[in-house]
Design a protein around this ligand. Sequence first.
Ligand SMILES: [Zn+2]
Length: 86
Amino acid sequence: MAVKRFVAGAVCPRCAEMDKLRTWRDQVREYRECVQCGYQDAMRLDGAAEPQELETRVNQPVENSEPKLATEDEQVIQFVPNPAKK
Ligand SMILES: [Zn+2]
């Protein structure tokens, strides 16, 4: 249902890769995800504070695996440069 669009010029806050962030939204929130490292976050469209439950559910699995994944991603990037990168 949701259309995911890449955000031109956006830099991932975790892996710092450009043009890897996709964004989409539902009635309540706008979501972002990084196709390079799996980073995800969500932001309410009305600007209200996120319920703590959602923050935990969205962020925890990603953060738990962050150290290992980040290292592996860096190595992969070195051996397989992204052809789309300017
Ligand atoms: Zn990333």
